[in-house]
Design a protein around this ligand. Structure first.
Ligand SMILES: Nc1ncnc2c1ncn2[C@@H]1O[C@H](COP(=O)(O)OP(=O)(O)OP(=O)(O)O)[C@@H](O)[C@H]1O
Length: 703
C-alpha cells in the first residue's frame, strides 16, 4: 500500500487527536518516558539503562496510553469482530500447531467473523502513538568533540573524502561527542536502498558516502555518536545456537544443480573438508554435525579457489557455506591479525545490505574464528565512525560491512585493499540491484582492489533474478560456478504459507485477531512503510500486545534494542519494514505476517524466510488486498505451488485474470528454475516478476 493510502486512512482520525504524546514529553523526561533523549556523552549513553520506546515509554508501563486505554482495549479483546474472510480454507485446514489453531478447531480464529464491524481502535490514541514516534526525532544534546577521531570525522565531513591521508589515530576513548544536533534521525539526505542502508554518492558523486552526505554525518544532520555495546565474549555466548528442526534431514532430498566447468565434487561430511582442528572444534561447538546442501557444494568449490554464485533457500546455512572455506584458507595461509596498524589490509571483505545482517555475519565469523589469530571486524552505519575506525585499527582480517560505511572507511584510507583475496556479497541480488549496485561497482574499482582475476568473489542469496545474474558476471571470473539448491527464488518448504484476502480497512482487526490467537509465539509483522511500522506498533501496544519495531527511521540504538527485545522474547511481536526481510536469523520466529505484501515476490520469499529456518517449521500469513496486490497474484501462485502449498481458488482466479503473457504459471513439481543464466532463458524463474529495482520514490528506499 502506498503511503498516501495510509495517510488517507488515518488522517480523519488524526484530525481529532488531542496530543498526549507531544514531543516535549519524550525529549527529556526523567521518568523513563524519554524517547530518544540524547545523551550528552557516550558514557551516559552506554550506562543508561536501555529503554524500549514502546514498553517503557508509556505504552506498557501504563503511563499515558496504557492507563487511558486499559479498559477499552480489554473490551476490544473480547469482542473483536472482523470482516468476512470466507477464503481461508487452506489456513483453517492446515491448522496451527499451537492448539488454538488446530485442525478443525477453527473456533477461536475463524468463527464468527462478520462483515463490516469497525472496531474503535482508531482515533485519538492512534494519533497519539504516531505523535510519539515523531517526537522521538528531536531532543539531541549538545557536546563538543572530545578526541581527535571525532574532530577528524567532523572535519572530513565537510571536506573531500578521498583526499590526503588522515593523521594517525590517537583517539582512545569512546567519547560521545559532537556538535549540536538538530532534528531528524539518521539517514537524512542519503541514498537508501530498498533495505534502507544509507548510501550516498551513488551515481555522480562517486565517493561520497555516509560521512559526507549520509547517515553518519550529513553536515546539516546530526552526527551519529552511537557506539554499539560489545557482544558478550564468553564462550557460551559466542557458541550459543538453536537446534536444527525436524525437517533438517529433509534437506538431503533437495535437488542441487551445479553449472559451469570442472566443478569439484560435493563433500558429504565436515571431515571431508579437511579443516584444521581449531575450525573443526568450532564447528562442533556451534552444534553443526551435518552439512546442509549449500554447504556440501559450496565449501569444496570455494576451497578449490573458484568464484561462486550460490542460490539456496532461506535459513539453509549459506553464511557458514562461505565463512568456513574462507577461514580454512586463511588458516592454511597463516593469516594473523596485525594489531594497531594504522592502515589495516584485510584479506576478506563481506558486504551485506543491512546493519543487523552484517552484524550477524560478523558474529558468525567471530564464532568460527574463535581461538585463531584471525580477527573479524564489523562496521556499519548509524554508529560512530570513530568507533568503526577503532575496531579496524586493532586488527582486521575479515571486514564485515554495510556498503555506505565501507566506502567511508575506504575513503578515509583506514583500510587498504591490496591484500583482498575474498570478496563476499551476501544477499547478492540485493547488493547488485539499483540500490547498491553502483556502490558495489565503485568498490571493485577502488584503488588497490585486486582485479576479479586476482581475487575470489562469492555471491550468495535465496533469490537471484536473471538480470541480476547477468550484472553479477562483471564481478566474477568467467569460469565461475553456479550452485542452485532447489528452486531458484523458491520459498522454503518448511514455511506453511497462507494467503488471506483482506481489504485495507480490515487489516488491523485481522492482525489483532491473529496475534491474540498466536499468544506469545514470536511473530514478525511486515509492513510496507516506516510510518506504518510506527503506526501499527503503536496500535498493537494499545491493544496490549507487547510489540516493538524496526525500520530505517529508527536510530541504530533503537533498532538494536528492538531486535534484542524481540530475540529475548520480551516483545514477542516485531513490526518491521523490509529492512528486516533478509538474512536475519532469529531463534523461534514461528510466524511471519505480511500485513502488507511487498512489491516484489523475491521480497516475499525473503520475508517469510525469517521463519522455518534450519529445518524448523514456521507459518506465514499474508494479507492480500485485491486493491493493491493483484500484480503479485501470479508469482504468488507459482511460489505457493512450487513450495507445495495450498493455493486459494480466489487467488488463482485473480492470477488468471491478471495473466501476464510469458509467465509459465504454476509449476508444482518442477525442480529448477532458471539456474544459471549462461544456460539461456528459463521458463520457470519468477524473476520476471521479482527483479524490479527498488522504486526510488518508495518511502522505504529514500529519505
Ligand atoms: N550445518 C549446520 N548444522 C546446524 N545448523 C546450521 C548449519 N548450517 C547453518 N546452521 C544454522 O542455521 C541457521 C540459518 O543459517 P544462515 O543464517 O546461514 O541461513 P541463510 O541460508 O544465510 O538464510 P537467509 O537466506 O535467510 O540469509 C543459523 O542459525 C545457522 O547457525
Amino acid at each position: 500500500m502506498g503511503d498516501e493510502d495510509w495517510e488517507a486512512e488515518i488522517n480523519p482520525h488524526m484530525s481529532s487527536y488531542v496530543p498526549i504524546f507531544d514531543k516535549d514529553r519524550y525529549s527529556s523526561g526523567e521518568n523513563g518516558d524519554n524517547f530518544n533523549r540524547a545523551p550528552a556523552s557516550s558514557s551516559e549513553m552506554d550506562d543508561r539503562p536501555r529503554r524500549d520506546y514502546f514498553m517503557k515509554s508509556g505504552f506498557a508501563s501504563g503511563r499515558n496510553f496504557g492507563n487511558r486505554d486499559a479498559g477499552e482495549s480489554n473490551k476490544r479483546g473480547n469482542t473483536s469482530a472482523m470482516g468476512g474472510f470466507g477464503a481461508g480454507k487452506s489456513f483453517g485446514n492446515r491448522g496451527f500447531s499451537n492448539s488454538k489453531f488446530e485442525d478443525g478447531d477453527s473456533s477461536c480464529f475463524w468463527r464468527g467473523y462478520r462483515d463490516g464491524s469497525n472496531s474503535d481502535t482508531s482515533g485519538p490514541s492512534r494519533r497519539g502513538g504516531r505523535g510519539s514516534f515523531r517526537g522521538c526525532r528531536g531532543g539531541f544534546g549538545l557536546g563538543s568533540p572530545s578526541n581527535e577521531l571525532d574532530q577528524d570525522e567532523c572535519m572530513q565531513r565537510t571536506g573531500g573524502l578521498f583526499g590526503s591521508r588522515r593523521p594517525a589515530l590517537s583517539g582512545t576513548g569512546n567519547g560521545d561527542t559532537s556538535q549540536s544536533r538538530s532534528g531528524s534521525g539518521s539517514g537524512r539526505g542519503g541514498y537508501k536502498g530498498l533495505n534502507e542502508e544509507v548510501i550516498t554518492g551513488s551515481g555522480k558523486n562517486s565517493w561520497k558516502s555516509e560521512a559526507e552526505g549520509g547517515e553518519s554525518g550529513d553536515t546539516q544532520g546530526p552526527k551519529v555518536t552511537y557506539i554499539p555495546p560489545p557482544p558478550p565474549e564468553d564462550e557460551d555466548s559466542i557458541f550459543a545456537h538453536y537446534q536444527t528442526g525436524i525437517n533438517f534431514d529433509k534437506y538431503d532430498t533437495i535437488l542441487v544443480e551445479v553449472s559451469g566447468h570442472d566443478a569439484p565434487p560435493a563433500i558429504l561430511t565436515f571431515e571431508e573438508a579437511n579443516l584444521c582442528q581449531t575450525l573443526s572444534n568450532n564447528i562442533a561447538k556451534a552444534g553443526y554435525t551435518k552439512l546442509t546442501p549449500v554447504q556440501k557444494y559450496s565449501i569444496p568449490i570455494i576451497l578449490a579457489g573458484r568464484d561462486l554464485m550460490a542460490c539456496a533457500q532461506t535459513g539453509s546455512g549459506k553464511t557458514a557455506a562461505f565463512l568456513l572455506p574462507i577461514l580454512a584458507h586463511m588458516m592454511r595461509d597463516g593469516v594473523t591479525a596485525s594489531r594497531f596498524k594504522e592502515l589495516q589490509e584485510p584479506e576478506c571483505i563481506i558486504v551485506a545490505p543491512t546493519r543487523e545482517l552484517v552484524n550477524q555475519i560478523y558474529l558468525e565469523a567471530r564464532k568460527f574464528s574463535f581461538g585463531t589469530c584471525i580477527r573479524a571486524v564489523v562496521i556499519y552505519g548509524g554508529t560512530q565512525l570513530g568507533h568503526s575506525i577503532r575496531q579496524i585499527v586493532q586488527g582486521c582480517n575479515i571486514l564485515c560491512a554495510t556498503p555506505g560505511r565501507l566506502m567511508d572507511i575506504i575513503g578515509k584510507e583506514k583500510i587498504g585493499l591490496k591484500q583482498i583475496k575474498y570478496l563476499v556479497l551476501d544477499e547478492a541480488d540485493r547488493m547488485l540491484d539499483m540500490g547498491f549496485g553502483p556502490e558495489m561497482k565503485k568498490l571493485i574499482s577502488c584503488p588497490g582492489m585486486p582485479s576479479k582475476e586476482q581475487r575470489q568473489t562469492l555471491m550468495f542469496s535465496a533469490t537471484f533474478p536473471e538480470e541480476i545474474q547477468r550484472l553479477a558476471a562483471e564481478f566474477l571470473r568467467s569460469n565461475y560456478l553456479f550452485v542452485a539448491v532447489g528452486q531458484v527464488g523458491g520459498a522454503c518448504r518448511d514455511v506453511q504459507q497462507t494467503i488471506l484476502q483482506v481489504g485495507q480497512f480490515s487489516k488491523r482487526e485481522k492482525l489483532v485477531e491473529i496475534l491474540r490467537n498466536i499468544g506469545d509465539e514470536r511473530t514478525m509483522v511486515f509492513v510496507e512503510t516506516k510510518k506504518k511500522a510506527d503506526f501499527i506498533a503503536t496500535f498493537l501496544c494499545q491493544e496490549k500486545i507487547s510489540t516493538t519495531s524496526i525500520h530505517g527511521d529508527r536510530e541504530q540504538r533503537e533498532r538494536e534494542q528492538a531486535l534484542g527485545d524481540f530475540r529475548s522474547g520480551k516483545c514477542p511481536v516485531l513490526v518491521a519494514t523490509s529492512v528486516a526481510a533478509r538474512g536475519l536469523d532469529i531463534e523461534n520466529v514461528q510466524h511471519v505476517i505480511n500485513f502488507d505484501l511487498p512489491s516484489t515476490i523475491d521480497e516475499y520469499v525473503h520475508r517469510i524466510g525469517r521463519t522455518g529456518r534450519c529445518g524448523n517449521t514456521g507459518r506465514a500469513i499474508s494479507f492480500f488486498d485485491p486493491e493493491s496486490d493483484n500484480h503479485l497474484a501470479q508469482p504468488l501462485v507459482k511460489v505457493l505451488s512450487d513450495a507445495q502449498q495450498d493455493v486459494p481458488a480466489w487467488l488463482e482466479e485473480i492470477a488468471f485474470s491478471t495473466y501476464i503473457p510469458g509467465f509459465s504459471g504454476s509449476t508444482r513439481g518442477s525442480v529448477f528454475a532458471s539456474v544459471d543464466t549462461r544456460k539461456g532463458k528459463s521458463t520457470l524463474n519468477t524473476a520476471g516478476f521479482s527483479s524490479q529495482a527498488p522504486n526510488p520514490v518508495d518511502d522505504e528506499s529514500w529519505d
